[in-house]
Structures are given as C-alpha cells and as structure tokens.
Design a protein around this ligand. Structure first.
Ligand code: SF4
Length: 252
C-alpha cells in the first residue's frame, strides 16, 4: 500500500529550529576539525538524506560515502544517482569483496541470514563492515543519521563519540524526532527513498528489511526474526563492545 511519508510524518514541533541550528553547527565544526578526513556514511535513509542536504546546502567539505551491499532495493540504489544529480556531489560507493560473497553464499546459501544470528552477522561483516572499514580507512571522522528515538538500543546516542578505532563519530540528528526529519524533508524538498511511502521507516538490505504495521516499533522491520537486543549490524558498536572486523562473522 502506498502512502505519502511527508503527509504522514512531517510536523513542526517546538524547538525544531534550535535542533536544526545545532546539527548544522556540529557538522560545520567537525568539517573544520577534520579537513579532507571526514565522510558521511549514508545509509540513504530519510535521516541521511537530511544530513546530505545540510552538507550540500551549507557547502560543508564533507565527503559522501555509501555501502552498496549488492542486495539493496532498486529504489535505494536509484537514490545514489538522484543525490548526485540533485547536489552535484559524488557519492563514493563501497562494495563487498566479490570472492568473499561468492564463498559465503556457496558455503551457507543465499538465505543464510535467516539461519542463525552468527551467519547473519557474518553476512553483515563481509557486505557492510569490511567495506565500511575501507570507507573510513583514511578518515578521522564520520557522520551518521542515528537518532535516539530509533530504538531502545539507540536511546543514548551521543551527538559526538569515538568509535572503536578512535575516530570521531558524529550523530548530528541524535535529538531529532521522526516528525523533525520529515518536516525538514518537506520544507526543503529533499529527495527520499520511495520505500518510505510504503511503510519502510528504516531501510537496509532487501532480505533483511520489511514494511512495518501500524503500532510497530520504528526498527521492527529490520531483522524482524531476531531478538531486539541483536538488532544491529555491527556498524554502530561501542568501543567497549567492538571487535575487529576480521573477528566478526566467523564463517569464512
Ligand atoms: S543486512 Fe542482511 S543482507 Fe545485508 S549484510 Fe546484513 S545480513 Fe546481509
């Protein structure tokens, strides 16, 4: 069923302008602190589209990078070209090592992610974590669209933190609501993934993302067959919980 995400979610709430100004200030400050070494790791979801628009609108020297896992929805892949056309900014695309994917699929099958959490994390390790490590290799800071409201696991997201490698990880929308995100998109005519019009609030790989029903949590459509506590792909581990990429996902 199609809806219109802007009509459904956009709402201006008290304090929006202050939250917006704070997000811009954080981005501006991080760009100045990490010249040529900061990237927005965009998931191409609604929050990340807001951040990309802020980067472009304020001409901030922050690169754009995304993970093309090889199993994204067509609508998500198409958004990469829409970003480049709209903002005239290149999007760096990081793909998994083909041999690793071929070996993993040959060993565990196309649907391995449904068989166990370890196999699901193994798939995330080779399709997401390893490419992310290449995106961040020469960087000292990265920007994400994480918000506290997205899930219980993300309730304590800080505006700025250190990742497991000591890089600055900036979450400029940490205090934004879903209504804020869509209010910004509406006011600024930001391009967004049409899957958001089909009740996909949180977007990821096609096999691991479904639409949510009325009343379900924001991230209920991600890895819906797993316990709530397991529902992260490893991109956003805390330093104390982090493991090197090579240790995650034991399956070869
Ligand atoms: S989200 Fe699913 S398909 Fe994507 S890398 Fe993780 S397990 Fe694999």
């Amino acid at each position: 069923m199609n809806s219109n995400a802007v009509a459904l979610y956009a709402r201006e709430t008290v304090g929006f302008e202050a939250r917006l100004a704070h997000a811009v200030a954080l981005l501006r400050s991080a760009a100045a602190d990490h010249p040529d070494r900061i990237v927005q790791a965009t998931s191409l979801g609604a929050e990340d589209m807001v951040i990309t628009d802020l980067i472009a609108r304020h001409r901030l020297p922050i690169a754009l990078g995304t993970l093309q896992t090889g199993v994204l929805h067509d609508e998500t892949v198409a958004l990469i070209g829409r970003i480049e056309a709209r903002y005239a900014m290149p999007v760096e695309i990081y793909e998994p090592v083909n041999e690793s994917v071929v070996r993993f699929v040959a060993q565990h099958g196309e649907r391995a992610m449904y068989d166990s959490i370890d196999l699901r994390k193994g798939c995330c390790a080779l399709r997401k974590l390893e490419p992310l490590s290449r995106m961040l290799a020469q960087r000292s800071a990265w920007v994400t669209g994480m918000r506290r409201e997205q899930s219980n696991n993300r309730g304590a997201v800080a505006f700025s933190e250190l990742d497991d490698q000591g890089r600055t990880k900036l979450n400029p929308l940490a205090d934004w609501s879903w209504a804020d995100v869509w209010h910004y998109i509406a006011v600024n005519d930001v391009p967004y993934n049409p899957l958001h019009d089909q009740f996909f609030p949180s977007l990821g790989c096609a096999p691991c993302t479904r639409a949510i029903a009325v009343g379900e949590d924001f991230r209920a459509g991600r890895w819906w067959w797993e316990d709530e506590a397991a529902k992260e792909c490893g991109l956003h581990v805390k330093p104390s919980k982090a493991a090197p990429v090579s240790m995650i996902g034991a399956p070869a």
